[in-house]
Design a binder for this molecule. Structure first.
Ligand code: U5P
Length: 209
């Protein structure tokens, strides 16, 4: 089973409270989502592989560490996932960014990809799939299906707020995927919103609705 980790660093918790508040406007919401994403990227990248590098300091020769060849791809789930990308790029500026957009047919409830554009070497990259909310898990599961179909195998899922229902569904469908979240909330309501959550992340990020 993949790792499930709640990143409850005090800075992350403080910033999450700011964006949960319904009085937080679009501008602050966007800024603080990026800040939280940067802080989360620090933890999510903790197990990135290192290799030895021989260097000379002004004082002596030494064998130091550097990141090894494993490259990163950040893959936001459209549209809300876009809000987390810049914050992660702050720490991992060389990462490539792919995009996955999906909708659910309202009659058949079947998922459809309407947009998938990934780095061509996605199969060789450590992939961070990002969406601020893991609610039913449907979107995350579909996005990871799409990535695996295209050869990705080293995948982590990063969200700000998760519901127990979504965590369980994602772990069942993709047990190899590690899940990182800033908070595990109480439950989903009948409309599929996380309670207490923060509302519709896409609308709050982009000022729509
Ligand atoms: N979503 C929200 N807020 C919620 C629940 C879900 O914005 O309280 C968004 C997620 O960001 C996701 C989509 O992109 O709705 C569906 O989530 P899921 O039910 O597929 O996990």
């Amino acid at each position: 089973m993949g790792k499930f980790q709640v990143l409850d660093h005090p800075l992350i918790q403080h910033k999450l409270t700011i964006i949960r508040n319904k009085d937080c406007g679009t501008r602050s919401f966007r800024e603080v989502v990026n800040e939280i994403s940067t802080l989360m990227a620090y933890e999510v990248s903790r197990d990135m592989p290192l290799q030895d590098k021989k260097i000379e300091t002004p004082v002596a020769k030494m064998t130091a560490k550097e990141l090894s060849g494993k490259k990163v791809a950040i893959v936001p789930i459209l549209r809300a996932g876009i809000g987390m990308v810049d914050g992660i790029l702050e720490l991992i500026p060389a990462a490539k960014v792919g995009h996955i957009g999906m909708y659910r047919d309202e009659k058949t409830l079947q998922p459809h990809e309407y947009f998938v554009k990934l780095p061509s070497d996605i199969d060789q990259r450590q992939v961070f799939v990002v969406d601020p909310m893991l609610a039913t898990g449907g979107s995350a599961i579909m996005a990871i299906d799409a990535l695996k179909k295209r050869g990705a195998s080293n995948i982590k899922f990063v969200c700000l707020v998760s519901a127990p229902e979504g965590v369980k569904a994602l772990q069942e469908k993709h047990p190899d995927v590690d899940i990182y979240t800033a908070a595990l909330d109480d439950h989903l309501n009948e409309d599929g919103y996380i309670v207490p959550g923060l509302g519709d992340a896409g609308d709050r990020l982009f000022g729509t609705k």
